[in-house]
Design a binder for this molecule. Structure first.
Ligand SMILES: Nc1ncnc2c1ncn2[C@@H]1O[C@H](COP(=O)(O)OP(=O)(O)OP(=O)(O)O)[C@@H](O)[C@H]1O
Length: 251
């Protein structure tokens, strides 16, 4: 099983420090971990630091995986290339290596990921002609086609309709369980987090406030501190915890 640990991690842009002293216990693979926090809290910056795109203080330790096993799906993925969905997934699999010839295993991997994310019917469509939600599903498929063991996804469901959010998050959870991969997803919808993510990391103004069991981390107190929102947790008719938003925090 893979795990990822942050040890006093810092990051910034030029002289501007964004992230300071972020530490976690080992974040286990095989399940989904949420990264939550308000706009500009530093979630993408933390992802870039873990992915090696930014330098900074401290250390990111991977256990059971190498940096080459990591894939980062940023918030905005370019989808303007004149490629079909199928070709774009081959490109993501090959990462510029080994030409265009595909082994039978690679062909199977492309078909598998198209099926897993419900986009097989889009295989021959041109990327620029896709809808926003279709682009996002393709981007998720591109990220996972090489079966990475460490996965960072910045808001992978923000453009999806309600049904597709369930479908994609369930597919991501199944992928984590099958592969033992560490999967950290930046998410703004805390109901999705409560339903699907075992562990949650909370960031506020570049500081890591909590990392642990989702229901223990996402207390009304922490949610008020992160977002300035009053909320409470109740169970839906199927027994899943749900966050009820009461409104902006009372003064
Ligand atoms: N390339 C950059 N150069 C300078 N500052 C940046 C850069 N990218 C982000 N920042 C700053 O870093 C801070 C954190 O931004 P970041 O994108 O990490 O936040 P976030 O938590 O992912 O936000 P959101 O939820 O809005 O996507 C912000 O103040 C932002 O202005």
């Amino acid at each position: 099983m893979v795990s990822l640990t942050l040890e006093r991690v810092g990051a910034g842009y030029g002289r501007r420090k964004i992230l300071t002293e972020a530490s976690t216990p080992p974040i286990a693979g095989g399940m989904l971990t949420a990264l939550v926090g308000a706009n500009a809290a530093g979630k993408s910056t933390l992802f870039r630091r873990i992915a090696g795109q930014l330098r900074g203080a401290g250390a990111v330790r991977l256990n059971g995986a190498a940096q080459a096993d990591l894939r980062y799906m940023p918030q905005d993925t370019g989808m303007n290339a004149a490629l079909t969905v199928y070709e774009s997934i081959i490109l993501a699999l090959k990462q510029g290596e080994g030409g265009w010839r595909l082994s039978s295993g690679e062909l199977a991997a492309v078909d598998e990921v198209l099926g897993r994310f419900g986009i097989a019917h889009l295989a021959d469509h041109q990327l620029p002609e896709l809808s926003g939600g279709q682009r996002q599903a393709v981007s998720v498929a591109q990220t996972l086609v090489a079966r990475p063991r460490v996965v960072l996804m910045d808001e992978p469901t923000s453009a999806l309709d309600l049904y597709r959010q369930f479908e994609v998050l369930e597919a991501l959870r199944a992928y984590a369980e099958e592969t033992g991969a560490v999967m950290i997803l930046a998410l703004h919808d805390l109901n999705q987090v409560m339903r699907c993510c075992t562990t949650t990391i909370a960031l506020a103004e570049g500081r890591l406030l909590a990392c642990g069991d989702t229901l223990e981390v996402l207390t009304p107190e922490l949610i008020r501190r992160l977002y300035g929102i009053d909320s409470r947790v109740e169970r839906c008719s199927r027994g899943c915890p749900m966050m009820i938003v009461d409104g902006p925090a009372a003064a």
